[in-house]
Each structure stands twice: as C-alpha cells, then as structure tokens.
Design a protein around this ligand. Sequence first.
Ligand code: G6P
Length: 489
Amino acid sequence: MSDSALGAADRQVLVASNRGPVSFTSAEDGTLSMRRGGGGLVSGLAGVAAGNGGNRPIWVCAALSDADRQAARQAPDGRLDKAGHDTGGACVRMLDIPASTFHRAYNGVANSTLWFVHHLLYDTPNAPHFDARARRDWQSYEAYNAAFADALARDAEPGARAAIQDYHLSLAPRMLRERRPDLKIAHFSHTPWAPPEYYRLLPDDLGVQVLEGILGADHAGFLARRWADAFMDCCETLLHAKVDRTAGTVHHKGRTTRIGVHGLGVDGDDLIARAAQPDVAERARALREQVGDRQLIVRIDRTELSKNIVRGLAAYREMLANHPEWHGRVVHLAFAYPSRQDLAEYRDYTAAVERTAAQIREEFGTPAWDPLILQVKDDYARTLAAYGMADVLLVNPIRDGMNLVAKEGPVLSRRGCALVLSREAGAAADLGEDALLVNPYDVSQTAETLHRALLMPPDERAERCRRLAAAATALPPRRWFADQLAALD
Ligand code: G6P
C-alpha cells in the first residue's frame, strides 16, 4: 500500500446522525441508565474502530429526550465516553440541543415535512401548509444543523472524513464545508428521494437550501439507483445544476459532488447468532402454541404511514373473503411497533391499524380460530422468532429507502418463506427476482399474491428463500460504511 493510501485510510472518521448509538432513561430518583442501540451504523462503525489503527471514530448525535439532555450536560463537553459510559468503541458526543429547537427540527421539519415529501405521503386533505409556523420550524432545523456542523468542525482533525447521515442533517454538509474546507465530507440518504414534480411542494427557497446543503458534500450516497437519479433530477430542475449521469456528478456553483449508490444489507452471522439466543426460542414456543400448525403470514414494521399497514391488512381481509379455503388454516402475525407518537398523523395511523385489525377479527374469527394477531409492543426476540416461523413475509411499503425487514426475514427463515414485496422499496432492486413483487396501492393484487405465496410449492419457496438470503447478506453494514468512506478517498 502506498503512503498516500495509508494516509487516507488512517484519517480520522467522524459520523453525524440524529439518533446515536446510546440513549438514556431516568429513574424516579433521577439516576440515569444507558441503553445501547443496534443497527447498521453501530456495527459499521465498530468495523472502522477495529481497523483504524486505534484512531477511534467520533460519533456526533443529538440528545433526543430529557434524560439524554441531562446525560449530555453531565458529560465533559458532551463526551459520553469521557463520562465513563460504555459506548461500544466510539467516542460519542451527544449534543444538548434545547428541547424546543430539537422538537421543531425533528418533528416539525424532518419527520413531517421532509419525510412526507420523500415518501410521497401528502394527500389533498393532508396537504402541506407552509405558513409562519413552518418558517419558525425551519429556523430551528437550521439551528439544529448548525449545532452539528459546529461540533464536527471543532472535533475534526485536519483532513478528517465526516460521514453525515440522513434527512435530519441535509443542511449540515454545506455548513460544515463553510467552517472547515479542509475536510472530506460525505452525506448519505437512508430514505427515497422525491421526483422533482413532487419535491416542488416545498417552498422554493427551502427546496433549494436542502439540495445545496447536500451538495456541500464531496460525495452524496443513496441506497438505490432510483433515489440517486431522482436527486440528480431535482438538482437539474430546481438548481439548473450541471448533471453528468454517466460520471455520476453534479456540478453547481463551482463545486462538484459525486453521487453514489451504496446498497445496504444485513450481517447474516450477527443476525443468526442473535436469533440463536434462548429468549428467541422461548418466544417461538409461545407463538407456536398460539397459532398451532397453521400457515403464517408475518409482517414487521414500525407503525409508520409509509409502511402501508392498513392496505396490507385490507389485502389479507380480501384474501380471506375470496378464498374461504384458508379459514382456520392461516394466521396473520402483524407486528406494528409504535413510532413517532409525538405526531398526530402517526397516532391516527396507529388507531386506523388497530381498527382495521379489530374488524378483521370480528368478521372472520371463530372460537377455534383467531385469524390475526396484532402486536404493538416492541419485542425484538419475538420479531426474530416470527421471522423463523414465517411461511410468507409481507413487506408492502408505499415507498421505502431500502427496507431491511425484507432482508432479515429470508436470512432467519427456517421454513423457507416466500417474500411478498412492494416494488417501491429500495430492496426490490436487490431482491426482485425471487420476491413476489406488488404495487403497494393495489390491494386486490396484494391479496392474490398472498394467496399465491401460500400455495407456492415448498421446494420452490425454499430455493427462492435461499437466493433471497444470499442477496440480503451480500452488502453487510460494515461494507456499506467502508464503501462510503472509500468513496471519499
Ligand atoms: C428509519 C429510516 C431512517 C431514519 C430512521 C429514523 O429507519 O429508514 O432513514 O433515520 O427511521 O427513525 P427515528 O425513530 O429515529 O425517527
């Protein structure tokens, strides 16, 4: 390896994301306890920490709750590792952003506006309303992004590499570049990207600000080709930037940003090791007692509007109505964990999911057969158990950056599950040949596809599932993260 290559690989790595690797809860007497989260970034960074000559990466994240803010305030300079917390190998700086600023940035802009735009979630009664209040939220979003840019600028060694994650932090790359032109900056979008005609729902100046924010990076990464193309289309339409699709570059205001597609899969060994724990076997036994030897259709989601749970349930209902031969022979396990309950749209959606589930049970249930088990309590061990038992896995988002449920399921399946997958998920590009693809709005098509999946001969199901698992593990998080960094060098 040449000296310069060595130099590149040894340069300090910083990561910035809204949600960090740890979170805190506070007991009644005020004592804080810490919980470590999982997820792709955590394991991706663990790989960097191991291979970077002891130069531990720095992870900048936001305090998400009062307990987090308290922990951040108590740690020297917000550095949780310096306060003696076990952060799993990374130096973690948790930003104590004032609660009101955080809520406006996170709920008002990131989770409402930007999430809704990229997932095409607005409809007429729910159309965006950009008024004075939205402008105020936007100012908080700017302040929140600036807090990240300040922290990164302060922590970064000369020439360091900063990997900024997701729609919460779309302004930060440009802000960081203004503060530290010497850095190598990457931005990665974990969501889809909206096509220009939909993206233009945003007030013009704000839409431009987001695009120019990301173009502050040297490299902008996406999970699928479609999302990268849509981003370039927006740059062309709104900024009149010079886009070279063959080279994968956007040239704007004297700077060039490279656009990359980095798919994300799952770490099969980690997942299989976790699923081999006794708590998973225990949950599997309990579930099996509940459902008997019936076939199982499984879905696992956050109760998230883009996950399209209500149409998924409606499809199951239509399948039961059209194919009474399944009565008593199939159970739908729907795990829908609460998410973003600060937002009214999410609370309403959760209620709609519960209502639809109750209707199905009422319409078809008998004393001997419960056609649907809806679980809203988050239980990871039960999720892993359900993956192992699924005959059919239903993943039907309206739109999804990638969707890792579609990748985890086949890896853990013991029965060779069939995958019914929305063609609008980024995962469809990786799994489309062996999954049964559906249009997420077409309830009848989804119903017939569920029926077909249940009828698929076991050999064919097992063979497809084996290929799905191979595709799902081809891009483990460590590789995905290493690719982001390599793209900067
Ligand atoms: C999903 C999305 C990510 C996003 C995350 C935030 O996993 O795919 O793009 O960063 O949600 O979720 P949170 O619970 O932190 O709002």
